[in-house]
Design a binder for this molecule. Structure first.
Ligand code: DI6
Ligand code: FE
Length: 425
């Protein structure tokens, strides 16, 4: 698959309106202020009120944003994007009354995706994941996390992580890879959970880390997956290698995983429907981000809400992500997740927008480069033909006209913005 190189975004992007909360330094422009962004060599060189644009940039080409709303590039901080096959059959089973846990115990669930992932080679996995990534990118995603966890054996986990890296290079998008070897017990280890965890800690993780394929380490800590003790063993292995950790925590029950993860300085605890007060206090103390996954909550027809009010009160940063995966969240729109975080979880619109930008970046350790706009950061921003930033969370499934600047390049020009010309559509 080849694509034409995207044109450089270098120049002055003017006649813009900044989304509130877009600036990395926390400052705001007064309402209705016309803003401009100067990009050179793929980086933001200047951003502020057009009226104060320094004269020194005047020789650069100009892009007329036509009063578009501009947001930072969106960040999808929790996905399982690379896998073989799909699981529409389980959707039908759940509609007929089977629970996720029942399906999983009956040999479906994660393990059925493991079979399909093991059977596919790298090129096949790339070809299957690419259209899914394209959909997420079309929403303005400029950085994405991709987990392994459907291989559950060294060669197959490697395959998934290599495909994730290749997707990042091919599409010019920031990809953070997370090793989730402890996602489920592979069938060949039935009854030998500790042996599998030993393999994860002693062989798989060190080998993949040495190959530069691991940016962070995750575990599915749950009754149907791995215990608190096993989770801690994986965290210790990550710590020995200097890798940050994160956790699938308290999704189906309160396992005390969030407090454990916080003790290891976790970047994020994700799902957290059953998070306790102790878990919240621990996350607050360690600066761990709470990643909310309304797509999984919705798909599983969950009714146990995450403790949003208590997280808000404690000042724990909340991110929102697709959790894209073939079982519990076949979601491919981060904006739809922002909508669902508001409607289902009662986030405010500014919270949801911070959740898919600034706080999502922090959940990946990318807070200095992504999720907000500031001088010296790579140029990742999106221009939207929208009147009000609340519309980003308001529309259900509409793709507003947008122009996407990703990694300093104009990756999509839906507003038809050409240098030195006015908007034409
Ligand atoms: N939690 C999830 O939501 C996904 N994995 C996990 O640990 C579900 C994965 C699947 O069902 O394939
Ligand atoms: Fe997940």
């Amino acid at each position: 698959m080849t694509t034409a190189p995207h044109p450089a975004a270098d120049g002055i992007w003017e006649h813009l309106r900044l989304m509130p909360g877009a600036l990395a330094d926390g400052s705001e422009l007064a309402a209705d202020t016309e803003a401009a962004i100067v990009v050179t060599e793929g980086q933001i060189r200047w951003i502020g009120a057009s009226a104060t644009l320094p004269a020194g940039f005047s020789a650069l080409p100009r892009f007329d944003g036509g009063s578009a709303l501009v947001t930072p590039g969106l960040v999808d901080c929790h996905t399982h994007l690379v896998y073989g096959g799909q699981r529409a059959n389980e959707f039908a089973m759940r509609l007929a009354g089977a629970s996720y846990e029942e399906i999983s115990r009956a040999g479906g669930g994660i393990v059925s995706s493991v079979r399909a992932t093991r059977a596919a080679d790298e090129d096949e996995l790339f070809a299957q994941a690419a259209p899914r990534l394209e959909q997420l990118l079309a929403d303005g995603v400029c950085a994405i996390e991709i987990k392994s966890g459907y291989g559950l054996a060294l060669e197959h986990e490697r395959k998934q992580l290599r495909v994730a890296r290749r997707l990042g290079e091919h599409y010019g998008v920031t990809v953070r890879t997370t090793f989730l070897g402890a996602h489920a017990l592979p069938p060949e280890y039935t009854g030998r959970s500790q042996d599998y965890i030993d393999l994860v800690c002693r062989e798989m993780l060190p080998a993949l880390a040495a190959e530069g394929l691991v940016d962070a380490v995750d575990v599915f800590c749950e009754r149907i997956a791995f215990s608190l003790t096993e989770t801690e063993q994986v965290f210790q292995a990550a710590q020995r290698l200097g890798l940050p950790v994160k956790l699938h925590a308290e999704q189906l029950s309160d396992m005390g995983g969030a407090a454990l993860a916080a003790r290891y300085g976790a970047l994020s605890c994700d799902h957290i429907e059953h998070l306790s007060a102790d878990g919240i206090a621990a996350m607050r103390a360690s600066g761990t981000v709470a990643v909310l996954l309304p797509g999984a909550y919705y798909t599983l027809r969950d009714t146990h809400l995450p403790p949003i009010d208590a997280l808000r009160e404690a000042g724990v940063p909340m991110a929102v992500s697709t959790d894209h995966n073939p079982g519990t969240s076949p979601a491919l729109s981060l904006l739809l997740m922002a909508n669902m975080a508001c409607t289902l979880f009662r986030l405010t619109v500014p919270e949801a927008l911070a959740g898919i930008t600034r706080h999502a970046a922090r959940a990946l350790g990318l807070q200095d480069t992504h999720g907000a706009l500031g001088v010296g950061r790579p140029a990742n921003f999106v221009l939207w033909r929208l009147h009000d930033s609340a519309e980003l969370a308001y529309w259900l499934g509409q793709q507003a006209p947008r122009t996407i600047v990703r990694q300093g390049r104009v990756a999509l020009d839906g507003l038809q913005i050409v240098p030195n010309a006015r908007i034409t559509s």
